[in-house]
Design a protein around this ligand. Structure first.
Ligand code: PSU
Ligand code: MN
Length: 289
Protein backbone atom coordinates (compact mmCIF):
# COMPACT_ATOMS: atom_id res chain seq x y z
CA UNK A 1 0.00 0.00 0.00
CA UNK A 2 2.95 2.34 0.70
CA UNK A 3 5.83 2.35 -1.79
CA UNK A 4 9.04 4.02 -0.63
CA UNK A 5 11.58 5.03 -3.29
CA UNK A 6 14.96 3.27 -2.95
CA UNK A 7 16.90 6.44 -2.15
CA UNK A 8 14.41 7.45 0.56
CA UNK A 9 14.37 3.92 2.00
CA UNK A 10 18.19 3.88 2.15
CA UNK A 11 18.26 7.25 3.91
CA UNK A 12 15.59 6.23 6.43
CA UNK A 13 17.31 2.92 7.18
CA UNK A 14 20.71 4.57 7.48
CA UNK A 15 19.52 7.34 9.79
CA UNK A 16 19.96 9.93 7.03
CA UNK A 17 18.07 13.19 6.67
CA UNK A 18 14.78 13.04 4.74
CA UNK A 19 12.40 15.93 4.01
CA UNK A 20 8.83 15.23 2.91
CA UNK A 21 7.17 17.49 0.32
CA UNK A 22 3.44 17.65 -0.44
CA UNK A 23 1.64 17.44 -3.78
CA UNK A 24 -1.46 19.58 -3.16
CA UNK A 25 0.50 22.73 -3.87
CA UNK A 26 1.84 21.07 -7.05
CA UNK A 27 -1.63 20.07 -8.31
CA UNK A 28 -3.84 22.83 -6.92
CA UNK A 29 -1.63 25.73 -5.81
CA UNK A 30 -0.25 26.83 -9.19
CA UNK A 31 -1.35 27.12 -12.82
CA UNK A 32 -0.98 23.95 -14.96
CA UNK A 33 2.67 22.94 -15.43
CA UNK A 34 3.96 25.54 -12.98
CA UNK A 35 3.28 23.37 -9.93
CA UNK A 36 5.47 20.54 -11.20
CA UNK A 37 8.34 23.01 -11.74
CA UNK A 38 7.91 24.26 -8.17
CA UNK A 39 7.93 20.67 -6.90
CA UNK A 40 11.16 19.85 -8.77
CA UNK A 41 12.82 23.09 -7.61
CA UNK A 42 11.83 22.24 -4.01
CA UNK A 43 13.42 18.80 -4.33
CA UNK A 44 16.65 20.38 -5.60
CA UNK A 45 16.59 22.84 -2.68
CA UNK A 46 16.20 20.02 -0.14
CA UNK A 47 19.31 18.40 -1.66
CA UNK A 48 21.25 21.69 -1.37
CA UNK A 49 20.39 21.59 2.29
CA UNK A 50 22.00 18.11 2.41
CA UNK A 51 18.90 15.93 2.77
CA UNK A 52 16.95 13.51 0.59
CA UNK A 53 13.57 14.81 -0.71
CA UNK A 54 10.52 12.57 -0.50
CA UNK A 55 7.60 14.02 -2.44
CA UNK A 56 4.42 12.22 -1.42
CA UNK A 57 1.22 11.45 -3.34
CA UNK A 58 -1.18 8.66 -4.29
CA UNK A 59 -1.03 6.98 -7.74
CA UNK A 60 -2.36 3.65 -9.04
CA UNK A 61 -3.54 2.48 -5.65
CA UNK A 62 -0.31 3.21 -3.79
CA UNK A 63 0.90 5.91 -1.44
CA UNK A 64 4.25 6.81 -2.99
CA UNK A 65 6.98 8.25 -0.77
CA UNK A 66 9.53 9.73 -3.15
CA UNK A 67 7.76 10.35 -6.48
CA UNK A 68 9.94 10.23 -9.60
CA UNK A 69 9.91 13.24 -11.95
CA UNK A 70 7.63 11.42 -14.41
CA UNK A 71 5.25 10.45 -11.59
CA UNK A 72 5.20 14.06 -10.38
CA UNK A 73 4.14 15.15 -13.90
CA UNK A 74 0.85 13.34 -13.33
CA UNK A 75 -0.22 15.75 -10.59
CA UNK A 76 -2.55 18.31 -12.13
CA UNK A 77 -5.84 19.90 -11.13
CA UNK A 78 -7.71 16.65 -11.84
CA UNK A 79 -6.04 14.96 -8.83
CA UNK A 80 -8.13 14.58 -5.69
CA UNK A 81 -7.06 16.82 -2.82
CA UNK A 82 -6.19 14.40 -0.03
CA UNK A 83 -6.39 15.39 3.60
CA UNK A 84 -5.65 12.68 6.17
CA UNK A 85 -9.17 11.26 5.99
CA UNK A 86 -9.02 10.90 2.20
CA UNK A 87 -5.90 8.75 1.85
CA UNK A 88 -7.46 5.33 2.34
CA UNK A 89 -10.34 5.85 -0.11
CA UNK A 90 -7.98 7.19 -2.78
CA UNK A 91 -5.76 4.10 -2.40
CA UNK A 92 -8.65 1.63 -2.55
CA UNK A 93 -10.34 3.47 -5.44
CA UNK A 94 -7.03 3.91 -7.32
CA UNK A 95 -7.67 7.62 -7.72
CA UNK A 96 -4.71 9.96 -8.31
CA UNK A 97 -4.45 12.04 -5.15
CA UNK A 98 -2.42 15.06 -4.08
CA UNK A 99 -1.67 15.17 -0.36
CA UNK A 100 -2.19 18.33 1.68
CA UNK A 101 0.09 19.19 4.59
CA UNK A 102 -2.18 17.09 6.85
CA UNK A 103 -2.30 14.19 4.39
CA UNK A 104 1.47 14.30 3.92
CA UNK A 105 2.06 14.38 7.68
CA UNK A 106 -0.12 11.30 8.17
CA UNK A 107 2.17 9.45 5.73
CA UNK A 108 5.29 10.85 7.49
CA UNK A 109 4.07 9.34 10.74
CA UNK A 110 3.44 5.99 9.05
CA UNK A 111 6.95 5.75 7.58
CA UNK A 112 9.03 7.70 10.13
CA UNK A 113 9.88 10.95 8.34
CA UNK A 114 10.51 13.82 10.77
CA UNK A 115 10.85 16.88 8.52
CA UNK A 116 8.62 18.50 5.93
CA UNK A 117 8.41 21.75 3.98
CA UNK A 118 5.45 23.62 2.51
CA UNK A 119 4.39 27.15 1.59
CA UNK A 120 1.80 27.97 4.22
CA UNK A 121 0.03 25.84 6.79
CA UNK A 122 -3.76 25.45 6.68
CA UNK A 123 -5.85 26.49 9.67
CA UNK A 124 -8.95 28.35 10.79
CA UNK A 125 -10.75 30.04 7.88
CA UNK A 126 -11.92 33.63 8.30
CA UNK A 127 -15.44 33.99 9.63
CA UNK A 128 -15.36 30.83 11.76
CA UNK A 129 -17.83 29.42 12.91
CA UNK A 130 -19.72 30.50 9.82
CA UNK A 131 -18.53 28.69 7.77
CA UNK A 132 -17.23 26.13 10.30
CA UNK A 133 -14.12 25.46 8.19
CA UNK A 134 -10.89 24.46 9.93
CA UNK A 135 -8.11 22.66 8.05
CA UNK A 136 -7.02 19.25 9.29
CA UNK A 137 -3.40 20.49 9.18
CA UNK A 138 -3.06 21.73 12.81
CA UNK A 139 -4.70 18.70 14.42
CA UNK A 140 -2.62 16.21 12.43
CA UNK A 141 0.53 18.21 13.11
CA UNK A 142 -0.16 18.05 16.84
CA UNK A 143 -0.05 14.25 16.84
CA UNK A 144 2.78 13.73 14.33
CA UNK A 145 6.50 13.70 15.14
CA UNK A 146 7.42 16.02 12.32
CA UNK A 147 8.83 19.53 12.07
CA UNK A 148 7.24 21.58 9.26
CA UNK A 149 8.98 24.59 7.74
CA UNK A 150 6.42 27.04 6.33
CA UNK A 151 5.99 30.77 5.84
CA UNK A 152 3.52 30.69 8.70
CA UNK A 153 -0.16 30.17 8.10
CA UNK A 154 -1.74 31.07 4.74
CA UNK A 155 -2.85 34.68 5.19
CA UNK A 156 -6.21 34.10 3.49
CA UNK A 157 -7.08 32.40 6.80
CA UNK A 158 -7.72 33.84 10.26
CA UNK A 159 -4.06 33.81 11.27
CA UNK A 160 -4.46 34.90 14.94
CA UNK A 161 -7.16 32.24 15.48
CA UNK A 162 -4.92 29.61 13.88
CA UNK A 163 -2.00 30.67 16.10
CA UNK A 164 -4.27 30.27 19.17
CA UNK A 165 -5.36 26.84 17.93
CA UNK A 166 -1.72 25.76 17.56
CA UNK A 167 -1.10 26.87 21.14
CA UNK A 168 -4.16 24.93 22.36
CA UNK A 169 -2.88 21.83 20.56
CA UNK A 170 0.57 22.22 22.11
CA UNK A 171 2.38 22.83 18.82
CA UNK A 172 5.57 24.91 19.19
CA UNK A 173 5.72 27.75 16.66
CA UNK A 174 9.36 28.69 16.15
CA UNK A 175 10.29 31.91 14.37
CA UNK A 176 13.20 31.60 11.95
CA UNK A 177 15.25 34.66 12.95
CA UNK A 178 11.99 36.46 13.71
CA UNK A 179 9.70 37.09 16.70
CA UNK A 180 6.56 37.13 14.55
CA UNK A 181 4.80 34.34 12.71
CA UNK A 182 5.19 35.17 8.99
CA UNK A 183 2.00 35.97 7.07
CA UNK A 184 2.74 33.80 4.03
CA UNK A 185 3.44 36.46 1.34
CA UNK A 186 4.17 39.07 4.02
CA UNK A 187 7.08 38.95 6.46
CA UNK A 188 5.91 41.17 9.32
CA UNK A 189 2.79 41.83 11.38
CA UNK A 190 1.86 38.30 12.47
CA UNK A 191 1.22 37.00 16.01
CA UNK A 192 4.18 36.30 18.30
CA UNK A 193 5.97 32.97 17.95
CA UNK A 194 6.50 30.70 20.96
CA UNK A 195 10.29 30.89 20.57
CA UNK A 196 12.77 32.35 18.13
CA UNK A 197 15.60 30.27 16.62
CA UNK A 198 18.72 31.55 14.90
CA UNK A 199 20.30 28.45 13.35
CA UNK A 200 19.32 25.14 11.77
CA UNK A 201 21.15 23.35 14.59
CA UNK A 202 19.10 25.22 17.17
CA UNK A 203 15.81 24.37 15.43
CA UNK A 204 16.87 20.70 15.22
CA UNK A 205 17.83 20.68 18.90
CA UNK A 206 14.45 22.13 19.92
CA UNK A 207 12.66 19.48 17.83
CA UNK A 208 14.77 16.73 19.39
CA UNK A 209 14.04 17.99 22.90
CA UNK A 210 10.32 18.41 22.13
CA UNK A 211 10.08 14.79 20.99
CA UNK A 212 12.08 13.57 24.02
CA UNK A 213 9.51 15.36 26.19
CA UNK A 214 6.63 13.52 24.53
CA UNK A 215 5.68 16.31 22.13
CA UNK A 216 4.43 15.96 18.56
CA UNK A 217 4.78 18.30 15.59
CA UNK A 218 6.45 21.71 15.40
CA UNK A 219 6.28 24.63 13.00
CA UNK A 220 9.29 26.68 11.93
CA UNK A 221 8.00 29.92 10.43
CA UNK A 222 10.39 31.33 7.83
CA UNK A 223 9.55 34.81 6.50
CA UNK A 224 9.50 35.20 2.70
CA UNK A 225 12.74 36.71 1.37
CA UNK A 226 10.77 39.35 -0.51
CA UNK A 227 7.76 40.55 1.45
CA UNK A 228 4.57 41.61 -0.39
CA UNK A 229 3.02 44.21 1.90
CA UNK A 230 -0.01 45.23 -0.18
CA UNK A 231 -1.93 41.98 -0.76
CA UNK A 232 -4.50 42.14 2.06
CA UNK A 233 -7.11 44.14 0.03
CA UNK A 234 -6.74 41.62 -2.79
CA UNK A 235 -7.23 38.73 -0.36
CA UNK A 236 -10.48 40.33 0.82
CA UNK A 237 -11.65 40.68 -2.80
CA UNK A 238 -10.73 37.06 -3.51
CA UNK A 239 -12.65 35.80 -0.47
CA UNK A 240 -15.68 37.92 -1.44
CA UNK A 241 -15.55 36.47 -4.97
CA UNK A 242 -15.36 32.93 -3.56
CA UNK A 243 -18.45 33.61 -1.43
CA UNK A 244 -20.36 35.14 -4.35
CA UNK A 245 -19.56 32.16 -6.56
CA UNK A 246 -20.53 29.64 -3.89
CA UNK A 247 -17.00 28.20 -3.59
CA UNK A 248 -16.59 26.38 -0.30
CA UNK A 249 -14.73 23.61 1.53
CA UNK A 250 -11.60 22.18 -0.09
CA UNK A 251 -12.05 24.41 -3.14
CA UNK A 252 -11.58 27.71 -1.29
CA UNK A 253 -7.80 27.73 -0.96
CA UNK A 254 -7.06 26.84 -4.64
CA UNK A 255 -9.67 29.39 -5.79
CA UNK A 256 -8.19 32.20 -3.70
CA UNK A 257 -4.57 31.41 -4.63
CA UNK A 258 -5.35 31.44 -8.36
CA UNK A 259 -7.43 34.64 -8.00
CA UNK A 260 -4.43 36.30 -6.32
CA UNK A 261 -1.96 34.98 -8.90
CA UNK A 262 -4.13 36.46 -11.66
CA UNK A 263 -5.07 39.78 -10.04
CA UNK A 264 -1.56 40.54 -8.78
CA UNK A 265 -0.14 40.14 -12.27
CA UNK A 266 1.84 37.12 -11.14
CA UNK A 267 3.49 38.80 -8.12
CA UNK A 268 1.92 36.41 -5.59
CA UNK A 269 2.83 33.52 -7.86
CA UNK A 270 6.54 34.29 -7.92
CA UNK A 271 6.46 35.09 -4.18
CA UNK A 272 4.73 31.77 -3.48
CA UNK A 273 7.23 29.83 -5.58
CA UNK A 274 10.22 31.53 -3.95
CA UNK A 275 8.98 31.01 -0.41
CA UNK A 276 8.24 27.31 -0.99
CA UNK A 277 11.71 26.68 -2.42
CA UNK A 278 13.34 28.64 0.41
CA UNK A 279 11.38 26.65 2.98
CA UNK A 280 12.46 23.39 1.33
CA UNK A 281 16.12 24.46 1.52
CA UNK A 282 15.81 25.34 5.21
CA UNK A 283 14.01 22.07 5.97
CA UNK A 284 16.91 20.25 4.32
CA UNK A 285 19.38 22.13 6.50
CA UNK A 286 17.45 21.44 9.70
CA UNK A 287 17.01 17.75 8.82
CA UNK A 288 20.74 17.53 8.11
CA UNK A 289 21.53 19.16 11.44
N1 PSU B 1 1.14 26.08 0.69
C1 PSU B 1 1.11 26.72 -0.52
N2 PSU B 1 0.11 26.39 -1.39
C2 PSU B 1 -0.84 25.44 -1.09
C3 PSU B 1 -0.80 24.78 0.18
C4 PSU B 1 0.22 25.14 1.03
O1 PSU B 1 1.94 27.60 -0.79
O2 PSU B 1 -1.73 25.18 -1.92
C5 PSU B 1 -1.86 23.71 0.51
C6 PSU B 1 -1.37 22.71 1.55
O3 PSU B 1 -1.49 21.42 0.99
C7 PSU B 1 -2.32 22.86 2.72
C8 PSU B 1 -3.58 23.24 2.00
O4 PSU B 1 -2.45 21.68 3.48
O5 PSU B 1 -3.08 24.22 1.07
C9 PSU B 1 -4.65 23.77 2.94
O6 PSU B 1 -5.87 23.62 2.31
P1 PSU B 1 -7.22 23.88 3.14
O7 PSU B 1 -7.18 25.35 3.45
O8 PSU B 1 -8.32 23.49 2.20
O9 PSU B 1 -7.14 23.00 4.36
MN1 MN C 1 -11.40 23.08 4.91
Amino acid sequence: MIRIADEVRAALDGGGAVVALETTLVAHGFPPGEGVAVGLASEAAVREGAAVPATIGVLDGEVIVGLSASELERFDASARKLGPRDLAAAVVQRAPGATTVGGTLAVCEAVGIHFMATGGLGGVHRGWPSPPDVSADPAVLARTHTLVVSSGVKSLLDVPATAELLETLGVPVLGWRTDELPLFYTARGGPRVSARVETAAEAAAVAHAHWALGGGGLVVGRPPDESLDDVEPMIEQALAAAKREGVHGQAVTPFVLSYLHRESGGRTLSANRALIVGNARLAGEIAGA
